[in-house]
Design a protein around this ligand. Structure first.
Ligand SMILES: [Zn+2]
Length: 223
């Protein structure tokens, strides 16, 4: 299911097969996530959502999910504490180039899966989707949790983009990679959507479940 682990003949066979290939592009950012969570939290969450969606659709008759190598850098105004940002034009070009290259090889169905969701990042992704549509008529899927109807089921702060490094996002990391959360520092972490100290892996699993349902819907809409 990982695109870059396939050989050219294996990819060609998938393209000719009965299931429609849909490529997922996990996107994140390198930026601080409080004193307790990893800098690459956003990519970690995106990547895990892609893997969970691929697992759910593993035996689907219609869809064949492929996970592209992730885009770990994003647009961030933060420039301290380990933040490594790229410009909006850089991100825009990267996404447009990747989607166009796939489209030219008979793989036009791509879904952008982002969890950084800063306003400047979201605006760039929406613009990239628009640019690709204008240039090649290719329709790119974009899972935008804030605009998705299933978002009602997510914790309210998540929808408002206030999830950053708070209870909700920390729960997601605890569900996926608990060893990356510095629990000794959780009590010092600022309160954003409830104290990160209240985060649990179980809550993270439940949020992942909702996010994965949303992603599967976006994938099905493309096919
Ligand atoms: Zn984050």
């Amino acid at each position: 299911m990982r695109f870059a682990e396939l050989s050219s003949p294996q990819l060609a066979a998938l393209r000719r097969g009965p299931r429609v290939p849909v490529s997922l592009l996990p996107i994140g950012a390198v930026r601080p996530h409080g004193p307790h969570a990893p800098l690459g939290t956003d990519q970690l969450v995106s990547q895990s959502m892609c893997e969970r969606a691929a697992a759910r659709l593993a035996t689907d008759e219609h869809v064949r999910v492929l996970i592209l190598p992730p885009l770990g850098y994003g647009v961030t105004r933060c420039a301290t504490d380990g933040a490594v940002g790229i410009g909006q034009e850089t991100l825009h070009s990267l996404i447009v180039d990747v989607c166009t290259a796939l489209g030219e090889q008979g793989l036009p169905r791509v879904v952008l899966v982002d969890n950084h969701s800063a306003p400047e990042q979201l605006a760039t992704l929406r613009r990239a989707v628009h640019t690709v549509a204008l240039r090649s008529g290719q329709h790119i899927g974009h899972l935008d949790p804030a605009r998705h109807p299933v978002a009602r089921r997510l914790p309210e702060r998540f929808r408002g983009g206030q999830c950053h490094a708070g209870r909700c996002e920390t729960s997601l990391v605890l569900a996926e990679r608990p060893e990356l959360v510095d629990t000794a520092r959780l009590r010092d972490a600022p309160d954003r959507d409830g104290s990160p100290a209240e985060a649990t892996g179980a809550e993270g699993e439940s949020t992942f479940d909702t996010l994965t349902t949303m992603l599967v819907e976006v994938i099905r809409e493309l096919v």
